[in-house]
Design a protein around this ligand. Structure first.
Ligand SMILES: C[S@@+](CC[C@H](N)C(=O)[O-])C[C@H]1O[C@@H](n2cnc3c(N)ncnc32)[C@H](O)[C@@H]1O
Length: 331
């Protein structure tokens, strides 16, 4: 969409709806124009978070489970998540986009058919997914905080039956912690692919950690800050283009004959490091829980510098001497 065509009354109404919490009662999409406006703006920004998640899965060499040939996008809205996921995994033969707004499902279906002409695309109301049988990947994006208990329970039940779960939410504390709890719930049947490097209990669900939540920061595409259209949009919509906080969860059904994957010592760095004059402090999550790691400027200058310039790695294998970190392998 050309940004000249932005329809501010629509975007303001949608933004108010998201902020007020007046959603969840009834579908709020009033027509295809709402969805097109959302897709080009708020939706595209969500797409950048998906790019970060899918990029990470790609770097890890993660493949879809072989039998998972259907993609199900639950609460699809304009379908940005389905399009990003289908684009990243061309092995899907079928996709189902689902929303309690039939307008949204139709819009998402049309956009997905255009984007992926080889894919068989169906549209379904959420209740119609109860009968979906094995072989599917559940995609959920920015839905949790809109859901009253009943649809939330239906979504979780569907996720529990999926061969893989790809779930992205805003990086707020409430939904971040909710994803942590869902991870715990699915751990009996599914392995965690990301964000965790381990299959143990979530360290941020430990007592005393109630104020923390698992979140990360994605980068918008290069050049966005210099793009006058996006800058004007961000200013008007009250959005910080530099900050793309997100929480996510990727899990895959564990093969019956396998136990949980072994731990390989890698830890994930959560949130953003705090940088002080002599050191940087990081939250690092591993099999033994979440710990604060101190990176001294004097002994680990390269890592300290990366933290300072907002280029901290996502993963580390720490070399510790007692409580001190004396070296790190990073990715
Ligand atoms: C913020 S939008 C996110 C849309 C899309 N997943 C994305 O990431 O851009 C939330 C979507 O959830 C849908 N939704 C809300 N309550 C729902 C429910 N009870 N059942 C199914 N979909 C629901 C809304 O209609 C809306 O399309």
């Amino acid at each position: 969409m050309n940004f000249e065509e932005l329809d501010w009354p629509i975007l303001d109404r949608l933004r108010r709806t998201f902020l007020d919490g007046t959603f969840g009662r009834a579908p709020y999409w009033q027509g295809p124009r709402d969805l097109a406006q959302y897709d080009a703006t708020f939706g595209e920004r969500i797409g950048w978070k998906w790019d970060a998640v899918l990029g990470e899965l790609g770097r890890r060499g993660w493949k879809l489970p072989a039998r998972a040939t259907t993609l199900v996008d639950w609460g699809c809205g304009s379908g940005i998540a389905a399009r990003r996921v289908a684009g990243a995994f061309p092995t899907f033969s079928k996709a189902v986009v689902s929303d309690h707004s039939s307008l949204a499902a139709r819009f998402a279906g049309d956009r997905l058919r255009t984007a992926c002409p080889g894919l068989e695309v169906g549209e379904a109301a959420p209740g119609q997914l109860d009968s979906i049988a094995g072989g599917f990947v559940l995609v959920a994006s920015h839905v949790l905080n809109e859901l009253p208990p009943e649809p939330r329970a239906a979504l979780v039940a569907l996720a529990a039956r999926a061969d893989a779960i790809l779930w992205v939410e805003p990086g707020t504390s409430a939904v971040g912690r909710e994803l942590q709890s869902l991870r715990q719930r699915f751990l009996g049947t599914h392995d965690v692919v990301a964000p965790c490097t381990h299959q143990g209990a979530c360290g941020l669900l430990a007592p005393g950690r109630e104020g923390d939540w698992c979140h990360h920061f994605a980068s918008p595409p290069a050049g966005i800050h210099a793009d006058g259209d996006w800058r004007r949009f961000a200013e008007r919509a009250g959005i910080d283009l530099r900050s793309l906080p997100y929480s996510f969860l990727v899990m895959e059904r564990r093969a019956a004959e396998c136990g949980p994957r072994p731990d390989d010592g890698w830890e994930r760095i959560l949130g953003r490091p705090r940088v002080f004059k002599p050191e940087a402090r990081l939250h690092s999550c591993g099999i033994d829980g979440v710990s604060e790691v101190i990176v001294p400027k004097r002994t680990l200058p390269a890592l300290y510098k990366a933290c300072k310039h907002d280029e901290a790695p996502s993963f580390a294998r720490w070399k510790r001497e007692g409580a001190d970190v004396v070296g790190a392998e990073t990715e």
